[in-house]
Write a protein that binds this ligand. Structure first.
Ligand SMILES: Cc1cc2nc3c(=O)[nH]c(=O)nc-3n(C[C@H](O)[C@H](O)[C@H](O)COP(=O)(O)O)c2cc1C
Length: 413
């Protein structure tokens, strides 16, 4: 089946909307895009399924293949992502850890150990604070200062001892437009200053944030860079910048919430600048080779949410600057759990157009779906959150099914 099945056509792809506009300081790179992929199916590329980009070979070898999958890419191929060897293509998508004082404790150790034992190739940590100022928001992991390093090292060593990779997901929360969040946090911390691109009151969740200033924006870039370097020192296999789900970075890409009239708002390039400059700061801190991933929303599901053409343009620019992978997400909370894969059309389009690897997350539940994604698109990696919350050993079960060549549907959450 041709990969175009999953390929959508988007008006505004390669948007260059800023030229000639009121913002002379628009990104100079022009969003022209890097080499689009032209081959229809990866089966022809042989074992390993390395993406044909920039001479980069990403296949140190392959693991088992089930019957019926000979010659194509499979979920259990070993691949290289930057400097990291990943034992299979399956990521545990980020699920926030409840921890004390930002430290991975016994519960995190048990969970990550079980996920690694359960076969996940790579574990994305729960969202992890980069700035101590947000410490009161939620009891989640932190990489905001050096005191946490030893605890993170222990977590990484445990995961590595079980053969999996682990990537730290970095977040700057901002005003996070979620009703539940505001109900939980605002009464507890009424003095908390919430920051957002334009300080717009949100009538639905009741948040009244303040517009983030220029120096505070630079602090966001710097804090991400410092946390990324800590993650590298702790032994993580990479970092993921969280630019999805209504957290601060993603709000910059939502025209309804970003009404800024400076270089961070007003046109696609400007709206993308927050994510791009954060990436640049992180890359400068961690150096070449260390995997950097960005999680983006490709669909927000509300008027004035992100524009897919803009997101595609951002992904192109990031890929040209060395981003290793994009994880595609969106308004997953609004979608029926088992109606996925949710963002397949957009993920396939990014994978076809952009040289960074694509991790498809949201609604993946069965081996059949995974095989279809790998055979019909250029998506490289498969992310799952809820199926592994229900059963941390789900990946091993998929592997058994794969090796038996019985791709007849899984039993995920
Ligand atoms: C309880 C829970 C916690 C989550 N925490 C995070 C998080 O920390 N960071 C993040 O990017 N996504 C988070 N997500 C979203 C997942 O990573 C994923 O994008 C979403 O659940 C869709 O994938 P799924 O259908 O495989 O569950 C969370 C999801 C759930 C259910």
């Amino acid at each position: 089946m041709a990969k175009t099945l999953f390929t959508m056509s988007f008006a505004g792809t390669g948007a260059d909307g800023c030229r000639g506009g009121p913002y002379p300081d628009c990104l100079g790179t022009g969003f022209r895009g890097d080499a689009p992929r032209t081959s229809g199916c990866y089966g022809a590329l042989g074992t390993g399924g390395a993406a044909p980009e920039g001479g980069r070979s990403d296949s140190p070898g392959t693991t088992a293949r089930g019957s019926g999958q000979a010659g194509g890419r499979g979920p259990f191929d070993r691949t290289l992502l930057g400097s990291a060897v990943l034992r299979n293509r399956i990521f545990r998508a980020a699920v926030g850890d409840t921890v004390e004082d930002g430290l991975p404790g016994d519960a995190s150790m048990r969970l990550y150990g079980a996920l690694a034992d359960g076969g996940a190739g790579t574990i994305l940590t729960g969202f992890t604070l980069v700035d101590d100022l947000e410490k009161g928001f939620m009891p989640i992991l932190s990489l905001a200062d050096d005191r946490v390093l030893d605890a993170h090292k222990a977590l990484v060593e445990l995961v590595h001892s079980k053969g999996a990779a682990v990537v730290a997901q970095l977040v700057l929360i901002g005003s996070y437009q979620s009703t539940e969040f505001h109900k939980a946090v605002t009464p507890r911390l009424p003095f908390l200053t919430l920051l957002s691109p334009s300080g717009l009151h949100d009538p639905i969740c009741g948040a009244s944030p303040r517009m983030i200033s220029g120096p505070e924006i630079r602090r966001v870039h710097d804090r991400h860079a410092e946390a990324a370097l800590r993650a590298k020192k702790a032994g993580y296999d990479g970092v993921e910048i969280h630019a999805a789900h209504g957290f601060l970075l993603s709000q910059f890409m939502q025209p309804a919430l970003n009404r800024r009239e400076d270089e961070y708002g007003g046109c696609p390039e400007n709206r993308s600048r927050m994510a791009l400059y954060t990436y640049r700061a992180v890359r400068q801190a961690v150096g070449e080779g260390f995997p950097v991933i960005m999680k983006v929303n490709v669909r927000d599901g509300f008027p004035g949410g992100c524009d897919f053409g803009e997101i595609l343009g951002l992904c192109r620019t990031l890929a040209r600057e060395g981003l290793d992978a994009v994880e595609t997400s969106g308004n997953w909370r609004d979608l029926p759990q088992n109606s996925g894969p949710f963002f397949l059309g957009e993920a396939a389009e990014i994978a076809a157009q952009v040289s960074a690897r694509v991790i498809l997350t949201g609604g993946l539940r069965t081996l059949d779906d995974m095989l279809r994604v790998l055979s019909e698109t250029h998506v490289e990696y498969l992310g799952m959150a809820r199926p592994l919350m229900k059963d941390p050993a789900f990946v091993n079960k998929l592997k058994t099914e794969y090796e038996a060549g019985t791709a007849g549907g899984g039993t995920g959450a």
